[in-house]
Design a protein around this ligand. Sequence first.
Ligand code: MG
Length: 350
Amino acid sequence: MSGMKTKASGQMRSSGTKSRAEKGKLAVQARIGLAHGSGGLEMLGLIKRLGINFRGRWKNCLNDSATLACCGKMLFFTSDSYVVEPVFFPGGDIGCLAVYGTINDLAVMGARPIGISLSLVIEEGMTEKALMRIISSIRKASKLTGVPVATGDTKVVERGRIGSLMINTSGLGLGSKGAVLDGKAVPGDSVIVSGGIGEHSVAVLSKRFGYSSRLKSDSKPLIDEIEAVRNLIKSAKDITRGGLASCLNEIADSSSAGFLIDELRIPSRKEVRKVAGMLGVSPYELACEGRFACVAPKKNSEKVVARLKRFNSQACKIGEVVRGRGVIMQGLLGKRRLDYPSGRLVPRIC
Ligand code: MG
C-alpha cells in the first residue's frame, strides 16, 4: 500500500511542470488507501492535511484522550472505531476489544473511566446468534471493568458493505487536575514496556489466514496496571495500531526527545517474531491491545518494572531517553533508526 501512497505523492510532486488546472485535477485524483489507516506516517500526514483543529478549550487532542479542566476536575474524552476481521479471534472478539480499547485510551492518560458509548454498524445477513455473542462479551467486559455502557446506536447496512460488524465507541473519564499523564520525557528517564508485544496481531492473523497458533490476543483492560504505577511514571501510551514503533515515536515526539532502545530487551514471543517474518512485517509494527509503554524517572524505573511484573512477567525496561530526536535502536549489528511505520501494514487488526 505504500506504493499507492508513493504513487499519489509522486503524481503530486511531478506536477511542478503542469498547469494549475492539471495540478488541481491530479490533487482531486488523490485517494485514500489502506495505509492511511495503519497508524503510521501516512495516517499522521492525512490527519495533518485534514486540518481538524477546531478544538476549543480541549487539550491533548492528538493524544489517547483529550482533556478539559471543568468544575475543579479534569474531564477525559476519547473515541475509537473497531473494524477487526474476523470479529471472533483467539482470546477475544470485536466486542471486548472495543470496550477495552476505549477504556485503555482513558486509563493511559491518567483517567478513571466512567462510561462509554456503543454504536453498532451491522451488515445485513449477520446472524443474531453471532451478534448476541458479541453483546455478551461487551457485557462481561463492562462488568469486569466497572465501566457502564451509557448510550449507543444501531445501524444496519446492505450486504457486502462492511463484513458483518463495525463498532464505534466513545469514552468519558474523570480525574483530578493533576491526574493527566502528559509529563515530558527528559534525558536519563527510563522507557518501559508492560509485556511482550504483537500477540494480538498474531492471534487475529492466525485466525484470518487459517494457520495454527497457540497465541491468544493480549486484549485486556489496563486500568489496574496504570493504577499500580501512575504515581511513579510521567506518561504512558497503549501500543495499538503501528505497534511499538509508532508508540515510541509518538511519546518521543511529544517530548521533543530522543529514545535509545536496546533491541535485545524488547520482549516478544518467538511465535510473534516467526509470524512477523512470514508476513514480511516488523514485529515492532504489530498492534497489541493490552500493552503499554511508559516513561519514568530513572530513580523509579526498578519499582515500576517490579509492579508491572505482577501483571506480566515480561514487563521490562527497554531503553532510556537521550538528547536528540526520534527513536534509535541498538541491536546486535549496531544502531539503526526505528521510524514510524510506513505503507500498508496489516489492515483490520483492531
Ligand atoms: Mg491509544
